[in-house]
Design a protein around this ligand. Sequence first.
Ligand code: FE2
Length: 270
Amino acid sequence: MFNFAQISDCHISEPHGMADRMYQTARHLRRAVAHLNGLAQPPDFVLCTGDLVDSGGSGEYAILADLLGQLAAPFYLLPGNHDDRDAMRLAFPEHGYLAGPEGFMQYTIEDWPLRLIALDTLVPGQSGGQLCEIRLKWLDEKLSEQPDRPTVLFMHHPPFRAGLVKMDKVGLEDRTGLADLVRRHGQVEAILAGHLHRFITRRFAGTVAMTAPGTAHQIALEPGPEERLSLTMEPPGCLLHLWLGGEDGLVSHVSYTGGCYPVHTVFADG
Ligand SMILES: [Fe+2]
């Protein structure tokens, strides 16, 4: 057995930046890192499923690199719609896998009985995500290489609508391409995503898909006035994925990482 953690939507901003002022995102990530390091069974590695920083600035990535550098376990990065690929590569030069095929941050992790495949859904300048023909073709090739090996896909934008009105408008475009591909490759155990700042799970193309909570602010199920996005300080958290293998496969748990706030709700524009 081995286990790995998934943290998502850290939204690190510079001190006194909006995300820092409103949600103390760096302080919350520091707590999440301490939480993971202190687990009785610490993760063997950590996936970071995008929106690593709030506005893609190099100063933000420097803070992120310092915080993630305190993780005892190795970690893997993915971009979300708030990220900037060039700034990520500059901030994490030792993460050579970020070079990716044709400029996309797609890669595989081959060191464990469970294979992991990272998908890059970022479209610069857009809140919604996309898996274009190039990215899907690459995934098809990777899945074809090892059809009998249990595999997890991880990405920022989830491939499903979640009933969060505002977020569903900035989801993954054209989900049918991915769905067709997953149906053809039966080894996909699960699809792990972020973006929704909330644990949500559903069936997708014959596999299980889920999103992780944010390490700081969460998105409330109930919309704000006029269907505006409703952000809440419900408990920050992460996911812990246990690979039990055999008939037990992959088991995913929510793990709360501690918060600095009482629960309250604020409303923000998209
Ligand atoms: Fe986010």
